[in-house]
Design a protein around this ligand. Structure first.
Ligand code: F6P
Length: 341
């Protein structure tokens, strides 16, 4: 069998672990050939690819990023790929394509699969927002990085009697904010799923100061929005990939809190620090398991499917099922978090 592999969308710790696992299982387990397309679907469309052998994937398990490069695909080019899906597979002589990506990539994968390309998807995203899988690799690393940041910010906030507003990633789903906020013991968490009242945060800080705890850390997801009338904050424009351009809730909220409280409030935007660097042990293991199962699925002819974690088992689920809705944080998870603010 000849297998193609590519990584698309925002990068994520664990991508290299999947590539390594695919190459090992395919070459040594089945005697296959593997080629890697460069820079996501662009490599597939533009013919940029290279053979992947055991040496090529040696030493990459712990490396962040992706040795294949990644990119987001404009809708126009995606339509072009879908139109030529069956011919593209023939052109490269591939019997299966394993795209590793998030919601956008898996939606593209579904389109290509429906257009005749033999596809087995592997979900990735630090946001953990893909339905049908309990976890995506990359999420544990992002939460670990953000938790460490909150731990560190607490000590400096306390020394200077400041409010720290930590902005973490998460456009539509607040999983990173929820779990790093809980693990780091943040005093407030703001998620995209539930519009927040600035006044609630003001009261929380005032109560802490009144009982002698003269600092606070608030963890806010980049996609969080204040409730209407709670603070001046509009909606951003949509970019060419269909994403809302954010207006910097961390900066805006810190300024607003400082104004209302008369206490120094500093924003800290963690940004891509959460996505770079070495994956945690958990993410390396999950990524390796996904790679192994993707190759096995290709050999069974389980196309139009993706790997998923259900409990502790890796199973295959239809791509169509995985990309119909995002997995957002349910309301009761916030109740658990709030009880320890
Ligand atoms: O989807 C993963 C993610 O890291 C989001 O949390 C974030 O909003 C987005 O990607 C950032 O993408 P980019 O690196 O293209 O700005």
């Amino acid at each position: 069998m000849r297998i193609g592999v590519l990584t698309a969308g925002g990068d994520c710790p664990g991508l290299n672990a999947v590539i390594r696992s695919v190459v090992h299982r395919a070459l040594t387990g089945h005697g296959d050939e593997v080629i890697g397309f460069e820079d996501g679907f662009k490599g597939l469309l533009d013919g940029h690819h290279r053979p992947l052998d055991l040496n090529e994937v040696s030493g990459i398990l712990a490396r962040g990023g992706t040795i294949l490069g990644s990119s987001r695909l404009e809708r126009r080019r995606l339509a072009e790929a879908a139109e030529n899906a069956a011919e593209l597979a023939g052109k490269y002589g591939i019997d299966a394509l394993i795209p590793i990506g998030g919601e956008g990539t898996l939606t593209a994968a579904r389109l290509l699969s429906e257009a005749g390309m033999p596809i087995v998807g592997v979900p990735k995203t630090i946001d953990n927002d893909i339905s049908s899988t309990d976890r995506t690799f990359g999420f544990d690393t992002a939460v670990t990085v953000a938790t460490e940041a909150i731990d560190r910010l607490k000590t400096t906030a306390e020394s200077h009697q400041r409010v720290m507003v930590v902005e973490v990633m998460g456009r539509h789903a607040g999983w990173i904010a929820l779990e790093s906020g809980m693990a780091g013991g943040a005093h407030g968490i703001c998620l995209p799923e539930r519009h927040f009242e600035v006044e609630d945060l003001v009261k929380m800080v005032q109560e802490r100061f009144a009982r002698g705890k003269k600092f606070a850390v608030i963890c806010v997801a980049e996609g969080a929005h204040p409730a209407e009338g709670s603070m001046d904050y509009g909606k951003g424009e949509i970019d060419q990939y269909g994403h809302e351009r954010f207006q910097g809730i961390g900066n805006r909220l810190a300024a607003e809190l400082e104004r209302r409280l008369g206490t120094e409030a500093r924003p800290v935007i963690l940004g891509h620090v959460q996505r770079g660097g070495t994956p945690t042990a958990y993410d390396r293991v999950l990524a390796t398991r996904f790679g192994w199962h993707a190759v096995e699925a290709a050999h069974r002819g389980d196309f139009g499917m993706m790997t998923a974690l259900r409990g502790t088992e890796v199973v295959m689920v239809p791509l169509a099922e995985a990309v119909t809705r995002l997995k957002t944080v349910p309301g009761d998870r916030m109740l658990e978090a709030e009880s320890v603010f």
